[in-house]
Design a protein around this ligand. Structure first.
Ligand code: BGC
Length: 433
């Protein structure tokens, strides 16, 4: 189909150095947006999220992902928009429940669909970063206990190998698991994701442990088949700040951060998610909160969380500060690996706010690069406004608006701004600090 195989390490690998003074990003910097199959494709009915959406009260306004952005049929139009926005990369996920609708049974029609999708990105000269698990799992898998079941990582491996064999030549970079710690917390602690458990700490532990093994197995399997392709995962970095300088608040914030940033790698042994076996570090950062120790909250692990006074609060309800991006990135410097910002964005209906945030956060990315962090790409969440999980369509994080009735796409001013940044590989002069 006229598409060359991925020589991914050279595609996404060698970089020039940043000269911070001219406001430019390193040569070859990846400019992309990120999305997830279930949030954009529509009609994705064979997975746990679809079932969850049918339960009353689960999703804001009773919304469902039935239509989403109909990206399953409109991907060509969507990628043409991305090309028009000068994007050279795009992060998307392959829906496991479509590829493997029953255990061990692979759907060649769906494989062909994703070959077309990835092929189309290649035609548009957009490097695909492929996520293998972005919050959704097939029903056959969840019926067997899902990610909490002992053989979960093995079950996932069958899908991974199939995708590596059938689609790997088109993939530029791999992202095995999206935000494992956040996924487990939302599904087993908070109850906002399927299976909707609340306070199930033992379940959460089993899930993160299985996700860790799933990642490690997937890493080995992909590298065996595609040794040059960079493989990593995406870690969600919710930023916790101590409410005060008091020891108990610092301890409370540190514990909350530790719980989100680490996962069990062996019985009783926790390790940082970003230290998993990987060729690059994928980091998703959006927001944060203050944390105080509170002895009256045993059910909330004795912590009280609240927004940072004086900082903007996104429509998701959490504070955001573009300067946190620099700190988040600097924490990764010691690991000495290439870093990709796999997600970052701002939930708002006010696009002027998004534009300001975008330039501010990217100037902090530049500062981190000048500090010595090897940041090689930025994937804005997200291209089209989409199905925001339990929040349904109430949230807008996209650079492209989608009319909910006609599904017509309109690039927002923030999308045009991002297009200029990508074209020049630099921030607009007037936004330089
Ligand atoms: C998730 C996305 C989600 C975004 C905004 C990320 O944690 O990966 O799926 O849409 O946050 O809430």
């Amino acid at each position: 189909m006229g598409v060359r195989p991925a020589a991914a390490s050279s595609e996404a690998g060698e970089r020039g150095s940043l000269s911070a003074s001219d406001g430019r990003f390193p040569e070859g910097f990846l400019w992309g947006t990120a999305s997830a199959a279930h949030q954009v494709e529509g009609d994705d009915r064979n997975c746990d999220w679809w079932e969850f959406e049918q339960q009353p009260g689960r999703i804001a306004d009773g919304d469902t992902s039935e239509v989403a952005c109909d990206h399953y049929h409109r991907y060509r139009e969507d990628f043409a928009l991305l090309r028009g926005m000068n994007q050279n990369a795009h992060r998307l996920s392959i829906e496991w429940s479509r590829i493997e609708p029953s255990e061990g049974v692979f759907d060649s029609r769906q494989v062909r669909h994703y070959r077309d999708v990835l092929g189309e990105l290649r035609e548009q000269a957009i490097l695909p970063m492929v996520t293998l698990h972005h919050f959704t799992s097939p029903l056959w898998f969840t019926r067997k206990g899902g990610w909490a079941a002992p053989d979960a990582s093995r079950a996932f491996l069958g899908f991974v190998k199939h995708v590596a064999d059938e689609l790997g030549d088109l993939v530029g970079m791999w992202c095995t698991i999206n935000e494992p710690a956040l996924y487990a917390a939302n599904g087993w602690l908070v109850g906002e994701f399927p299976p909707g458990h609340q306070g199930d700490i033992a379940g959460m532990y089993r899930v993160t442990s299985n996700l860790y093994h799933a990642h490690e197995l997937a890493y080995v399997a992909i590298k065996k088949r595609w040794p040059d392709a960079p493989v990593g995962l995406s870690h969600h970095k919710f930023y916790f700040l101590p409410a005060s300088n008091k020891r108990r608040d610092r301890l409370a914030a540190g514990t909350a951060q530790l719980a989100l940033d680490r996962w069990p790698v062996a019985p009783g042994r926790l390790r940082k998610v970003v230290e998993a076996t990987c060729d690059y570090i994928g980091i998703a950062h959006y927001w944060g909160q203050k944390v105080a120790f509170d002895p009256r909250r045993p059910k909330e692990q004795f912590i009280r969380r609240y927004n940072v006074p004086g900082l903007p609060v996104t429509e998701m309800g959490w504070s955001a500060d573009p300067a946190w991006m620099r700190s988040v990135l600097n924490e990764l410097r010691v690991l000495g690996k290439p870093v990709y910002i796999t997600e970052n964005g701002y939930a708002t209906h006010d696009d002027a706010v998004r534009q300001r945030y975008l330039t501010d956060v990217l100037s902090n990315v530049q500062l981190a690069i000048a500090d010595g962090v090897d940041v090689r790409g930025y994937f804005h969440w997200t291209n089209t406004d989409n199905f925001e999980w339990a929040r349904g369509y109430t949230q807008q994080l996209g650079l492209i608006a989608v009319d909910r009735k006609t599904l017509e796409r309109t690039v927002k001013p923030s999308g045009r701004l991002y297009a200029r940044i990508a074209a020049t590989n630099a921030l607009p002069i007037d936004s330089a600090k």
